[in-house]
Design a protein around this ligand. Sequence first.
Ligand SMILES: Nc1ncnc2c1ncn2[C@@H]1O[C@H](COP(=O)(O)OP(=O)(O)O)[C@@H](O)[C@H]1O
Length: 502
Amino acid sequence: MSFDDFHKATARALSEKVDEICAEFAVDETKLKELTEYFIESMEKGLQPLEAGQSEETFKGLPMIPSFVTGKPNGTEKGVLLAADLGGTNFRVCSVDLSGDHSFTLQQMKSKIPEELLEDETVTSHDLFSFLARRTVAFMKKYHPELLEEHAKETAKPLKMGFTFSYPIDQKSLGSGTLIRWTKGFRIKDTVGKDVVQLYQEQLNSVNLNMINVVAITNDTVGTFLSHCYSSGTADSLSSGEISEPVIGCIFGTGTNGCYMEEIQNITKLPEEVKTALLREGKTHMVINTEWGSFDNELKHLPTTKYDVEIDQKLSANPGFHLFEKRVSGMFLGELLRNILVDLHSMGLILNQYRTYANLPHRLRTPFELSSEVLSHIEIDDSTGLRETELSLLQSLRLPTTPSERVEIQKLVRAISRRSAYLAAVPIAAILIKTGALNKRYHGEVEIGCDGSVVEYYPGFRSMLRHALSLSPIGPEGERKVHLRIAKDGSGVGAALCALVA
Ligand SMILES: Nc1ncnc2c1ncn2[C@@H]1O[C@H](COP(=O)(O)OP(=O)(O)O)[C@@H](O)[C@H]1O
């Protein structure tokens, strides 16, 4: 065989293998229906008390965590509040001034979480929470020296803070929460089982910020929902004739999660005395943090490729958990592509200038090095010879590629993102069906408040999600009633709103 023929044969073999992999990533109408039905079943189970012998730590179903938030803001709330937000990549401290007319002003300081807090196995809770307290001091000094001064006086009132903590916690009240398990990077063992509000407050006290009272803990998803409720229904949207109702808050960023309002009657896992007390106060609904990243941890219905198994079992901090998240969220999209490329290389189909695995560029061998942002550039590259893809891969991974390899890489990227967006439609369709939201009121139009870089910036993510909604059991008619809204600064404002009602 000539050199040229050999190359053509390899390119053909690569293309065939890639098509085979892409087919494994496909999610069709039947699968969407099956997944949506199973999601509804999982929600119903998750609202019930744990069975004998089960614990929050080992429970494999949908966590469906009661948030103790029992009302939706309507945009008339007022006041200055503080908020802190610990996500998977950043820690933010903000002050929020709610003006009472659906608008607010926000000041914030964002700090990247240092690598060693995420990776070092010897890190303790003290290390993490003292970092958070030090960043809080930095924020107060920079943006609110007047409040610090004020608080030197004895007459000063404490400042309320809401803490957005985007990891599964067990809550018994709005003001405390025990960590169930870390997800998205952290591995700090001694935090599990502890009240993270208390850990944060102790460190704030020890840096002389005891005038800050952490009064509410919430989840980024619940925060997104509340903030969306506060901003929604402005004069602008009403004059455009919209009468849609906020029903879901969701995140598609480093991780993925969602929340909605459930009838308190249906939350049978709430202790009877709590339920009766709430109902006596006239509360009828509570926001449920579904923790949908954990949907189908038993892998009864989720589409699963060998790459999903590899990432979950060998490369993630929490094997066997958050399996939905590992197929959908920003943290895993690039890692899926990286694993596929390494596998195709091991079959001799791609990157053949590197003889062995050990010869591959270091970055291609490093787990979680390839960010979904790179995939977002490849997704829409229509330049000649996919030059932008070439540059993106060179820049991010120091990886040179041939034009025909790039065509195959783009196919893979599109298959990975499409599966992510299609799966993202499943919980949304399921919640709309379970709550009957599309049949309520006259038109049944609903708003979904979304936050996170993937839903905000990944090209085509929202339209793919919508397409999947139209294929799902809510059908094209249901899909048309859904308004996806980006909830900006959701978690900060949401936490402030939580602190306000605490
Ligand atoms: N332009 C982009 N396109 C696609 N994904 C992005 C983009 N920018 C950031 N991301 C991904 O989004 C995730 C970060 O999500 P983000 O919502 O910004 O933060 P977090 O979820 O940690 O609060 C990362 O996985 C990152 O790779």
